[in-house]
Ligand binder design. Structure first.
Ligand SMILES: [Zn+2]
Length: 64
């Protein structure tokens, strides 16, 4: 069985674990239809467009 040669210090251990607790800003792109900030490869939450066509009818949803 493989045994660690040296004790891993608290600093080294914690800095390794801290990699999973990092803050990353979401990659926002302007919507090609309404120019609102939108996540890439997602239907635009503002106008409901994706790949140049309307996927969700926002006007019909607002009327309900
Ligand atoms: Zn949009």
């Amino acid at each position: 069985m493989a045994v660690p040669k040296k004790k891993v210090s608290k600093s080294r251990r914690d800095s390794r674990r801290a990699h999973n607790f990092r803050l990353v800003a979401p990659n926002l792109i302007p919507c090609p239809n309404c120019k609102a900030p939108t996540l890439p490869h997602r239907v635009c939450p503002t106008c409901g467009y994706y790949q140049g066509r309307q996927v969700i009818n926002k006007e019909a949803e607002a009327a309900q």
